[in-house]
Each structure stands twice: as structure tokens, then as C-alpha cells.
Design a protein around this ligand. Structure first.
Ligand code: NAD
Length: 353
């Protein structure tokens, strides 16, 4: 089985290297038969005279069950590449990865604002207030006159129903509670439709408790009582913002893992960006990407019933918790002095045990 590694920009090369090392140990220990293949996307591809997401690599992603995708800094691309879709959005659109699943939990030994939390934000990933996700052709953001800028937001029945199903299925395997976050009091038609469809899907899950919270209150309640949330389902932009808030509450953006998934394909990508302020300084925390890869292994194990993969995913999660429990392994963002490479080596040793 091939695992395709696309380091991307900024801290991408450092965090993918620190994630690959323990993954190679995991591969040997559990005889997973992974073949590691690395390809240049983003600035590294542009510097070779290619598009940030070359077509050939897109095809490889499509054909590969395991892709580890680093962050990309599209805003920093040279003018000639600015108009091109970002690698992240091309992958998401081509594979219709409609569910962005972002867990956040407190972990022993990791300093966090939240005393206790263990939640998953299920963010709709293909619609909403995102200019490139709204239209069949053209962009949902435009300027009719120099002093007027407009943006459109798309919400569909199909998009709302399929993300709701992901959330309710996930809740069934967890603490059986779904919080629906919306702004239906103001965005009556779009969020009204989202809410209507989530409520309809909820009727198929009578064993799962459903609560509804308006997004501005949710921003506050997430801080006040983070322990009360299990699965949170919401539209694209709200999910993007709330998941960063949740990651921060759990210790920092460097802990925010995520997968982008459809019903038959998933890609591991940390929730954070390319962190240009700390790039190439051996300061980045690879935890978010490790969690993302762990989620990807588990996602495949659940779908295929592959017990070896399930054991490998569980082992990686335990090893990560063990490494994070020791402050000597903490990177700067969570109050330590360990380098990115040191963290990867510590995790590789823990995986080996
Ligand atoms: P960011 O997430 O890159 O960084 C925000 C802050 O968190 C920075 O101080 C950074 O140092 C810190 N941080 C992030 N990840 C960290 C990690 N793993 N370890 C330690 N600290 C970490 O957000 P930004 O600064 O707003 O965006 C930078 C670039 O990333 C922009 O070009 C943006 O478009 C891009 N971006 C890409 C993605 C993606 O590819 N998925 C997501 C978000 C932002």
C-alpha cells in the first residue's frame, strides 16, 4: 500500500518528516506493507516550473488510499500562481471530500486552557462561505464596482444531509450527542435549510441526543463548558473557526488533527496552516499531523475491517499520548524546548516499544 507524502509549504517539510519517522517504525512493527512516496507540491512545485498541484500528482492522490498532506501557503505564491486553485482545494474538490473531521481533546501532561474536553467538530467541507466552493464555474466572490465586494454562500439539501449523517454515525460510536451549530436566526434561508435537514436526519438516530446552539453563543460556550460537547456539526466557515478555537482550548493549534473524507476516500491534513513565522526553525509541533495520520489509519481500518491496521492506529495513539505526557518532549508552542525532529524521534522510540 502506497502512502503519498505531500510536504507542502512553510513547516510542511519539518512536520511530515517528523511524522514519517514513527510511521516507518509502525509500518515495520505491524507489517503494514506501506511504501513511502514523497512528491513536491506548492512552492516546491512552482520552483520547478510546475503548477502548485501538478495533474500527475492529483492522479496519484486519487489512486492512493493513504495521503499525508502538508499545509500550503497560497497567499505567498508568486503572482503567476495566485489565480490557480490551491492543492488542498483541488484534492478536496476532485475527490469530493465533503467531511472535515476535527477532534480536540485534553491529554495528560499537555498544558491546556480547558480542564477536560473530548469533542469532534464535523465541518461541511464543500459549500458555505468559501469562494471556490460555491460555484460550478467562476468564483462566489466578486466586485461589481471598485467600492463593492460581494460573497455568496451555498448551502444544499444534499450537502447538509450527508454531513449530518457523518456526525450522527460518529456520535453513535462515541457519547451519543450531537450539537448542531448554526446562525438560523439571521441567515434564515441558508442556515434554516441546514438546520431543517440536520433535524430530519436526526430523526433516524433516536438514540442520539441532539442540541442546537447559535454560533456566537457556541463560541462562548466552547470556552465555558467544553467538556459538555461530544460531536459538533456545522457549516464550513463556522466549523473552520470553531475547530481552531477547540484546538487552542486543548493546548494549541499544533494539536489540531483532521481528515478530509468522502464515503470512500480520505486524506490526512492538520487543521493548522503553514506557520511561516516558525518555518525552518525546528520549532513546529508535528502532533496535529500525527493525529491526522492516526485518524486516517483508523478510518481505513473501520471501513475495511483490517484488524492489523486498527491495532496499528490504536498503538500510534497510545504512543503519542505517552510522548506528550513527558514535558521533555514538548515543543515550544506547548511550553517546552524540544525540536520538531526530537519529537519525531521520541515518538518513533515510543512506537517501537
Ligand atoms: P497558521 O495555522 O499557519 O498559524 C497560526 C499560528 O499558529 C502561528 O503563530 C503558528 O506559528 C502557530 N502554529 C500553527 N501550526 C503550528 C504547529 N504545528 N506547531 C506550532 N505552532 C503552530 O495560520 P496563519 O498564520 O493564519 O496562516 C499561514 C498560512 O497558512 C497562510 O498562507 C494560510 O493561507 C495558510 N493556511 C493553510 C491551511 C492548509 O493548508 N490547510 C490552513 C490554514 C491556513
Amino acid at each position: 500500500m502506497k502512502i503519498l507524502i505531500l510536504p507542502g509549504d512553510g513547516i510542511g517539510a519539518e512536520i511530515t518528516a517528523a511524522t514519517r519517522l514513527p510511521l516507518e517504525v509502525l509500518d515495520r512493527k505491524f507489517a503494514l506493507g506501506l511504501e513511502f512516496v514523497e512528491r513536491d507540491i506548492g512552492m516546491a512545485a512552482i520552483e520547478k516550473g510546475l503548477d502548485p498541484m501538478p495533474d500527475a500528482i492529483m492522479e496519484e492522490v486519487r489512486a492512493t488510499p493513504f495521503t499525508m498532506l502538508g499545509p500550503v501557503s497560497t497567499m505567498e505564491y508568486p503572482p503567476g500562481a495566485q489565480h490557480l486553485p490551491s492543492p488542498s482545494s483541488l484534492i478536496r474538490d476532485n475527490l469530493d471530500l465533503f467531511a472535515n473531521i476535527r477532534p480536540s481533546r485534553t491529554r495528560p501532561g499537555v498544558p491546556s486552557v480547558a480542564k477536560q474536553m473530548d469533542l469532534v467538530i464535523v465541518r461541511e467541507n464543500t459549500e458555505g462561505f468559501y469562494a471556490v466552493r460555491t460555484m460550478f464555474e467562476g468564483k462566489g466572490e466578486f466586485m461589481p464596482t471598485p467600492d463593492l465586494a460581494m460573497s455568496m454562500r451555498k448551502i444544499t439539501v444534499q450537502g447538509s444531509r450527508r454531513i449530518a449523517k457523518v456526525a450522527f454515525d460518529l456520535a453513535r460510536a462515541r457519547r451519543k450527542k450531537v450539537t448542531v451549530v448554526h446562525k438560523g436566526n439571521v441567515l434564515r434561508i441558508t442556515d434554516g435549510l441546514f438546520l431543517r435537514e440536520v433535524r430530519s436526519v436526526a430523526q433516524d438516530y433516536p438514540d442520539v441526543e441532539t442540541e442546537e446552539i447559535i454560533v456566537d453563543a457556541m463560541a462562548a460556550l466552547l470556552i465555558r463548558r467544553p467538556e459538555s460537547f461530544d460531536v459538533v456539526v456545522t457549516t464550513n466557515l463556522f466549523g473552520d473557526i470553531l475547530s481552531d478555537e477547540a484546538a487552542e482550548l486543548s493546548g494549541g493549534l499544533g494539536l489540531g488533527g483532521s481528515i478530509n473524507a468522502s464515503n470512500d476516500h480520505a486524506v490526512a491534513q492538520a487543521a493548522h496552516g503553514s506557520a511561516p513565522d516558525i518555518a525552518n526553525q525546528n520549532k513546529a509541533n508535528p502532533t496535529a499531523l500525527v493525529i491526522s495520520v492516526q485518524m486516517l489509519l483508523k478510518w481505513h481500518a473501520n471501513r475495511s475491517g483490517n484488524n492489523q491496521l486498527a491495532s496499528a492506529a490504536a498503538h500510534l495513539e497510545t504512543a503519542l499520548d505517552d510522548v506528550l505526557a513527558d514535558p521533555a518532549n514538548h515543543t515550544v508552542d506547548i511550553g517546552g524546548n524540544a525540536g520538531t525532529d526530537q519529537f519525531g524521534e521520541a515518538l518513533a522510540r515510543a512506537v517501537d516499544q
